[in-house]
Design a binder for this molecule. Structure first.
Ligand code: ZN
Length: 347
């Protein structure tokens, strides 16, 4: 039997194996605060029943996300405090477990190919990879869409896919789109937390008064400077769980634009479809409260570009609630609804 992190998004450390009990911890790497992301693969455990013990606050409401191919994910469903038990069928010799439903970058390439989007290179990442981006549409108004400023926040990727899908099949007249689907591409591939990196993370690298330290952020900033940025939306996942973190919500990025955020929020509620992860518009996060303070975030600084109408972050829960549970298709459907809300907003 092997327990390892040697795959896209992998992150684990095996502390001990005693009989059928495996004790695990996640790797913070250069994250400066406690964080909760982990993902591991178990090979050659067919026929065994194993109990995995995690640290506190590492498991969601519905147990780990489980996959056999890194493409399809489901919730195990059962969880016993900070542990879960999995009975491997005979011959079930490769199973992935993760904190949340991972979004493999290959999924984006497959999606882009399916809808006819050419994937280009934004820049070379710090670790020498080609960070992807896409552009499409014609018009005077520029939309900038991003996800994975925080590497582990995969729910945002599914939502972004839905937004792009709908905008490709039914464009908004007068709108052109620039999209960076994995801003922290290295972190996504290597399975980093990405949140609260030292000295600061990708979503704290946008102050116009300072130079960017990440090549992707420098490239996004120069694109926005040269092409403008009438609308900017950044797709994230919030904290682990509890309160607003169990919902979908808009983070108000500017106290002076409350009216615009509220208007968009109402349009998104109206655009909801039954198959979507539901957005209720009741947990939107006002500027200047709690953790939402002005700073070097993408949305706040895109909002400062002359001609910008609205810029904000959409946070989508990792797990949701029993009535509104996260699933891959539901997140994509939420993205399609978001595109319709944008159409109504722009119109
Ligand atoms: Zn985030």
């Amino acid at each position: 039997m092997q327990i390892h992190e040697n795959f896209t998004g992998g992150n684990i450390r095996v502390k001990s194996i005693n009989g059928d009990v495996v004790e695990l911890e996640n790797q913070l790497r250069d994250t400066t605060t406690e964080w909760f992301y982990w993902a591991f693969c178990v090979e050659d455990a067919g026929g065994k029943s194993l109990t995995f013990r995690m640290q506190p606050d590492r498991l969601g409401y519905f147990g780990p996300a489980v996959s056999h191919d890194l493409k399809e994910w489901h919730w195990l469903g059962e969880v016993d405090g900070d542990s879960f038990t999995y009975s491997f069928a005979e011959g079930e010799n490769k199973v992935y477990f993760a904190h949340n439903m991972l979004y493999h970058p290959d999924r984006f390439l497959t999606f882009a190919h399916r809808v006819g989007l050419e994937v280009k290179t934004l820049c070379e990442s710090k670790r020498g990879r080609e960070t992807p981006c896409v552009t499409f549409g014609d018009g005077e108004k520029q939309v900038i869409l991003t996800a994975r400023h925080h590497a582990c926040e995969s729910t945002g990727s599914y939502v972004l896919e839905g937004v792009l899908e709908r905008l490709m099949e039914k464009p908004i007249p007068g709108i052109k789109v620039f999209c960076v689907p994995f801003v922290d591409y290295d972190g996504v591939v290597d399975g980093d937390q990405g949140k609260n990196r030292a000295p600061h993370d990708q979503n704290r690298d946008y102050l116009w008064e300072e130079e960017a330290i990440y090549p992707e952020v420098a490239a996004i900033r120069s694109f926005a400077r040269e092409n403008g940025c009438n609308y900017a939306f950044d797709f994230h996942a919030p904290w682990h769980k509890g309160n607003e973190n169990d919902t979908v919500f808009i983070v108000h990025s500017d106290a002076a634009r409350e009216e615009k955020f509220r208007r968009f929020s109402k349009l998104l509620v109206s655009a909801m479809t039954p198959e979507a992860m539901q957005f209720y518009g009741k947990t939107d996060y006002p500027s200047g409260t709690g953790w939402n303070i002005p700073g070097a975030q993408f949305a706040r600084n895109m909002g400062r570009i002359p001609g910008n109408d609205v810029a904000f972050t959409l946070e989508t829960a990792y797990f949701g609630t029993p009535e509104n549970t996260v699933g891959q298709d539901k997140l994509v459907a939420l993205g399609r609804a978001f595109a319709e809300a944008l159409r109504a907003y722009v119109g």
